[in-house]
Design a protein. Sequence first.
Length: 315
Amino acid sequence: MSTLPDVRGRLTPDKPLSELTWLRVGGPADWVFQPADVADLQGFLRDLPSDVTVFPMGVGSNLIVRDGGLRAVVIRLGRGFNGISVEGSRVTAGAAALDAHVARKAADAGVDLTFLRTIPGAVGGAVTMNAGCYGSYVADHLIEVRVVLRSGALVTLPASELELSYRSSSLPAEAVVIEAVFDGHNGDPATLHARMEDQLAKRDATQPTKDRTAGSTFRNPAGFSSTGEADDVHDLKAWKVIDDAGMRGATRGGAQMSPKHSNFLVNTGTATAADLEGLGEEVRKRVFEHSGIELQWEIKRVGEPLAETTQPDVG
Ligand SMILES: Cc1cc2nc3c(=O)[nH]c(=O)nc-3n(C[C@H](O)[C@H](O)[C@H](O)COP(=O)(O)OP(=O)(O)OC[C@H]3O[C@@H](n4cnc5c(N)ncnc54)[C@H](O)[C@@H]3O)c2cc1C
């Protein structure tokens, strides 16, 4: 294995990623690096041998890491990258700031980023995934992001260069988002907080928010997320086509398609990444057979499966 550069932050070898993902599955990363600050991250990436892969990770709420783990250095931003400040209608947030904290702090200052309140990720993941719900997306509010490129260079990219679309973006490969600037409409703080309480209650009523999941498993074939409004049409919702194919509640090992919301994959306690991914693939197959629709994964699946164990030849 290559020698890694000296750092001021924390470098941990063979870190089990099951400890860092919402689904609580995933084998070890070769290394996890938590930089002390931006200069530490820049120096590390500049001096890291070019054959070492870098994988930036948020809080793992949209990830299945396979059971064999990741042959990479996982970059996990923490303290030093989670500041939030508000100036007028502009909100600047570090990539490690939780979406919910950003929404609350913005609302305190009378800025409407309420759509972020019920999304469990952090800002770097929200930008990468163009996270959204209830009819609003990051793309509607993002002004620019600061990223550290794989070369170690620190650059600012305007939102217009990120090709933000339904659950996707086009950040440079292996670039680490360190900060994002959003713009929100002004609103009355009490009204904004009340709206967020409503949205939380709506989520708890319809989604398995207390279970180990990674949110929606597949993109809606319609090409957009639910608005939560009364006139929302369900024909091309992933949950509807999964229901129609009879897969609500289906299981494999410790994995289950949630009985509460059929587009949520749940680790009921003993699931491996292979159980979860295998069940997801089974759902895709059944939906295709039933309706001809090819569901696309929304959850990112990364890493390698566990190597097959072979019996050594004896005698
Ligand atoms: C209960 C539940 C409900 C959810 N509801 C929604 C919803 O309504 N709407 C929605 O959009 N999503 C939803 N999600 C999915 C998830 O929360 C979002 O996709 C979120 O934005 C992911 O952020 P994260 O920090 O967890 O990223 P991770 O899961 O850690 O990573 C996701 C991707 O972002 C990349 N990434 C993360 N941080 C950085 C960074 N700093 N720099 C560069 N790349 C980075 C990773 O490489 C990976 O490709 C839900 C998830 C759960 C568990």
